[in-house]
Each structure stands twice: as structure tokens, then as C-alpha cells.
Design a protein around this ligand. Sequence first.
Ligand code: CA2
Length: 178
Amino acid sequence: MGSARSRSQGQSDKRDGSARRGLPLVARSVLIVNGPNLNLLGSREPGQYGSRTLAEVEREIAQAAAALGVSVQTFQSNHEGVLIDRIHGARVDGTDFIIINAGGFTHTSIALRDALAAVAIPFVEVHISNLQRRERFRHRSLMSDLAVGSIVGLGTTGYRLALEFAAGYNAPPAPGPA
Ligand code: CA2
């Protein structure tokens, strides 16, 4: 799955000096990352993951992003290292906010967790299914304690809800000197 880019909304507030002037930092450039097997959306297990394909979900996200005035990039990979490299890339490509459904890596990947911690970009975790209603091994996420929040069990609508949240997200001010 490739990445859909739209950069028409320009650069983040951070780069126009508003951070230095103490104005709010609103997320303007959002990266949506999907992990392993999510490329299969719409093809199997509709009871668990719905009937919409990832391409359809990404199209809806692109429309919502245009209406919200944010730039969005989407990325999917079945490979842990590729996902980690893309998250590292977010540190230097102007991404203000990440929305991530790490699929099965949610429950296993310390390396993905470390990548999210390293880039220090605020993120929301999305899961299509309600993890708490599923097998015990899905109850634990290795990244949710780092996330701003999680949207779980609301189907693919969760991505759009996360995008709406990201569009209005103001990073809390960094703590001052003690
Ligand atoms: O509920 C979610 O969004 C999950 O992240 C989906 C992952 C699963 O491993 C997580 O525990 C919860 C699996 C994605 C598999 O997606 C498929 C979609 C259609 C057909 C088969 C798999």
C-alpha cells in the first residue's frame, strides 16, 4: 500500500513562529499508519473489521482532512522495520500528529513502541475492533500509555474520529524549569 499525500495546507504552525510567540500549536500535518494485515480490510472477517477496504477508508479520510483543513499522509506496511522507518521519517517531514493502528504489533512490538517514544510526536491509537471483548492476548497494548488517547471498537469510523481530534489538538506547553 502506498502513501497518499496532500500537502496543500502548508506547513505547521510550529514553523511560522507561533510556538515562540506562545500561540497554540494545532496539528496541521497528520500521518496515519496502519500495520500488518490491515491491507486485507474488506476482504475477510467483515464481522470483526467491517466491509470497507483500506482504500475506501483512506479516501474517506482524505475527504475529511480536506474539510478540516489538514494535510494527511497514509501509510500501511506488513513489516515491523518498515513501519519503524516511516515513524522515524515523521520526525523530519513536518508531521505534527500520528494516528496509528499497529495491528498485531500493538501487542508485541517493543521496537514500535520505542520508535513512537523516540520521535515524541503526539499520537492516537486506533483499533477497529474492541480489544477488551477479544482474546486475552489482545487486551494489552504496548503503546497506549504513550498515546494521547485510544479509540477502540468503533469500526473504521475510529480513524475519522481520530483525525477530527488531531485537527484540533493543541500540544500542552512543555514544562518550564523547576
Ligand atoms: O482491531 C484492530 O484494529 C486490530 O488492530 C486489528 C489487528 C489485530 O491483530 C489487533 O489485535 C486489533 C488485525 C488486523 C487484521 O485485519 C484483517 C482485516 C481483514 C481480514 C483479515 C485481517
